[in-house]
Ligand binder design. Structure first.
Ligand SMILES: Cc1cc2nc3c(=O)[nH]c(=O)nc-3n(C[C@H](O)[C@H](O)[C@H](O)COP(=O)(O)OP(=O)(O)OC[C@H]3O[C@@H](n4cnc5c(N)ncnc54)[C@H](O)[C@@H]3O)c2cc1C
Length: 383
């Protein structure tokens, strides 16, 4: 007779949220396993750099026992921020202090690797795409694309924007924000384009004007990652006809959106290599809540996808993980833990989603640089 596979707790998705949750629960001996769609850690590029906030991402890393390791891969100098308009006129210039650790940057891939490497063998099951879940005698039966199924007492959806766990709790699905990003990049910028590297600096650089933006950030490997932000209707990128499969033409098509921008700014597009990635920016309804279920909940983007304009998504995912873990560890009754976790989650997520929506509107506006600089001054005064 073959043993049926059962776990006390199954986490769907090995993003920063799911990995943090698994790591903390592992440290307390909980039978928690992650099922991840990707076949291995390297199948997808993990994107750019994130800043880890003290009360959110950094707090979660502390709970996970990974604070010292995190400090070794973090880049405090990346905390700088420059904001300019389309003429290159500066509105904000903040240099990242090497000794400050309130919001250090870290490459997402390095952070994800740190969390993956902190898990015991067998905790993370690659190549398992959840297709659907049904009630079972011992909680839930989870079905995967391979045809395999397992049972789990508690299921946590950490499976991002298009979560397959979310429908158990709410019919809500992501909505388009009206903004699309085209991600481009400049490899080894210091050597290949020193003037561009100097302009961007070690932190974040934002050129904002005329309902558009060029958002650049220096990553740990020397690549400058640039998000070209454009306001356009849903599916506007397909309709735009930008020929992403022909990089030289795609570059020219992007430049056509910025004909009256200063040459030092459009150099960010001229200098980019041949990798283009279209990223329509979506969000879940602000203030989304659901009726609690005793053995299922969501963390991270699955619960509160929002635009990146509050720089909060990854931080919230890790914060959710730390809070849910602490509630689960405090009581043998998952229903009680989930109720306590969700009460705080809904408030936290609503505040961040409102901020993200506000920031999107002010950044991608006719005078985005001026408005964001004013907002930064208000943030600074509030600290
Ligand atoms: C352009 C951009 C810039 C950003 N910048 C920042 C920033 O500076 N700071 C910040 O805090 N946040 C930022 N964010 C937001 C941040 O990236 C996300 O909020 C964060 O990654 C969410 O983590 P997560 O673990 O909830 O989900 P994800 O990272 O999306 O992970 C979900 C995982 O679930 C897996 N999965 C999905 N479906 C299934 C399935 N059916 N079965 C099994 N596995 C599945 C996926 O493969 C994935 O590994 C940015 C986002 C974007 C788009």
């Amino acid at each position: 007779m073959t043993m049926r596979e059962h776990h006390s707790l199954a986490i769907i998705g090995a993003g920063l949220g799911g990995l943090t949750l698994a790591r903390i629960l592992q440290n307390h001996g909980v039978d928690a396993v992650i099922f991840e769609r990707d076949a291995s850690r390297d199948v997808r590029s993990q994107g750019g750099s994130l800043d880890m906030h003290v009360e959110a991402g950094q707090r979660a890393l502390k709970d996970a026992g990974l604070e010292a390791q995190f400090r070794r891969i973090a880049r405090p100098e990346g905390q700088g921020l420059r904001i300019v308009d389309k003429a290159g006129t500066p509105y904000w210039n903040e240099i990242g202090a090497l000794d400050a650790f309130d919001r250090p940057e870290v490459d997402r891939g390095a952070l994800r690797d740190l969390l993956i490497d902190s898990l015991e063998p067998g905790r993370l099951r690659w190549g398992n795409t959840l297709t659907h879940i049904e009630p079972a005698e011992r909680g839930h039966r989870l079905h995967f694309g391979s045809g395999k199924s397992i049972t789990a007492g508690v299921v946590i959806g950490a499976d991002g924007a298009w979560s397959r766990v979310r429908p158990l709790l709410t019919p809500a699905t992501p909505l388009y924000t009206g903004i699309s990003f085209i991600e481009i990049g400049i490899p080894d910028a210091e050597s290949n384009h020193p003037e561009v590297a100097r302009m961007v600096g070690h932190g974040s650089f934002m050129a904002l004007c005329d309902d558009k933006g060029l958002l650049a950030q220096c990553n740990g490997d020397g690549r400058i990652r640039v998000y070209v932000a454009l306001r356009m209707p849903e599916n506007g990128l397909e309709a735009s006809g930008i020929p992403f499969e022909r990089p030289a033409d795609a570059r020219q098509a992007l430049l056509a959106y910025f004909t009256d921008w200063a040459p030092e700014l459009t150099a960010l597009i001229h200098a980019c290599d041949d990798s283009f990635m279209a990223r329509p920016i979506n969000m879940l309804p602000i203030g989304l809540t659901w009726e609690g279920q005793p053995t299922t909940t969501l963390i991270g983007d699955a619960a509160h996808l929002m635009s990146p304009f509050a720089g909060a998504g990854a931080n919230l995912a890790m914060w959710d993980a730390a809070e849910l873990a602490s509630e689960l560890l405090a009581t043998p009754r998952p229903s009680q833990a989930i109720r306590a976790y969700e009460a705080k989650l809904f408030t936290r997520a609503k505040e961040a989603a409102e901020e993200s929506a506000r920031n999107l509107e002010l950044c991608i506006s006719p005078n985005g640089a001026e408005r964001l600089a004013k907002q930064m001054a208000i943030y600074g005064a509030a600290q």
